[in-house]
Write a protein that binds this ligand. Structure first.
Ligand code: AMP
Ligand code: ZN
Ligand code: FE
Ligand code: FE
Length: 275
């Protein structure tokens, strides 16, 4: 079984609609995927509807943004109920707070002589997006010719801690874990930064964290081993995925996937029996 538990659609900062994502997943011979958009579950039901026609299973998911000591921490939620009141409240307030945060980043860039209009950023997000985020801003900066590439935009201007970065401040990591649990989901720490692991784990475990994302393209084997070891010693499940954002990004669809047998404990936890 080929599994990808970390994928974005145009409902957040991905390039494909939920239906296109599912169709391409089927064409790429993936068996199980999860739609994990940033701070929105808008893509879940359209993806599930599209999956009914093809041989792909879609696990409802979300990737909640939170801020810890000025850096962004992402918590994945699997099997969440998209209609749960608290999940909807997070997504609704995220939409509003993200607009204000983007205005603050645009203002910072302007103070540094890099004029960019909010309208350009919103145009990059598109009408289908429920969130506006740094990848949209990065594309606007490339469009203006201030930087040559999206990685350069992050590395020189808008990456965590850089001169035009403003944190999302949507929640603390523990609050994100709690929201996911309240919505019936399994909270998993996405791409945990190794230097933040020990400091943050105790409070996340207290809040009900259930897993660590351990499989991800391009990670050194050592980091994967450390996360697998840590998960095992803490009784946490492990997950993995490509963090797919579009055909030309993160290596493309179906290039990276995780063998279902490596995810046995997770699949049991979300109630998916392994075939
Ligand atoms: P935001 O939630 O608006 O802060 O944007 C976070 C998103 O920006 C992440 O999910 C990635 O898709 C993207 N991102 C973060 N850091 C980088 C980076 N260094 N290079 C390219 N994309 C990045
Ligand atoms: Zn993203
Ligand atoms: Fe993330
Ligand atoms: Fe992601």
């Amino acid at each position: 079984m080929r599994v990808d538990l970390h994928m974005h659609t145009a409902c957040s900062d991905g390039d494909l609609t939920p239906a296109e994502l599912v169709q391409q997943a089927a064409a790429s011979e993936l068996d199980l995927i999860s739609v994990t958009d940033h701070d929105t579950t808008d893509g879940v039901r359209p993806a599930q509807a599209a999956a009914a026609d093809v041989g792909v299973r879609v696990l409802p998911g979300v990737e909640l943004s939170s801020t810890h000591q000025g850096r962004e921490i992402h918590i994945l939620g699997y099997g969440v109920d998209p209609g749960h009141e608290n999940m909807r409240a997070h997504c609704t307030s995220a939409r509003r707070l993200r607009l204000g945060r983007m205005e603050a980043m645009v203002e910072r860039l302007g103070e540094q002589g890099l004029e960019v209009e909010m309208a350009e950023v919103l145009a990059e997000a598109g009408s289908g997006a429920a969130m506006v985020g740094r990848p949209h801003l990065a594309r606007a900066l490339v469009g203006r010719g201030y930087v040559d590439s999206i990685p350069e935009a992050f590395d020189t201007l808008i990456g965590d801690g850089h001169r035009a970065f403003v944190p999302t401040l949507l929640a603390t990591p523990a609050e994100a874990v709690t929201t996911i649990r309240e919505a019936g989901g399994v909270p998993v720490w996405a791409h945990p930064p190794m230097e933040a692991l020990d400091g943050l784990l105790p409070e996340l475990l207290d809040a009900g964290l259930r897993g660590l994302e351990a499989y991800r393209p391009g990670w050194p084997a050592r980091r994967q081993r450390q996360l697998l070891g840590r998960a095992q010693s803490l009784g946490l499940v492990v997950t993995g995925g490509s963090d797919f954002h579009g055909p030309g990004r993160n290596g493309g669809m179906g290039v990276f996937w995780v063998r279902g047998s490596l995810l046995r404990a997770f699949l049991e936890e979300v109630g998916l029996v392994q075939e």
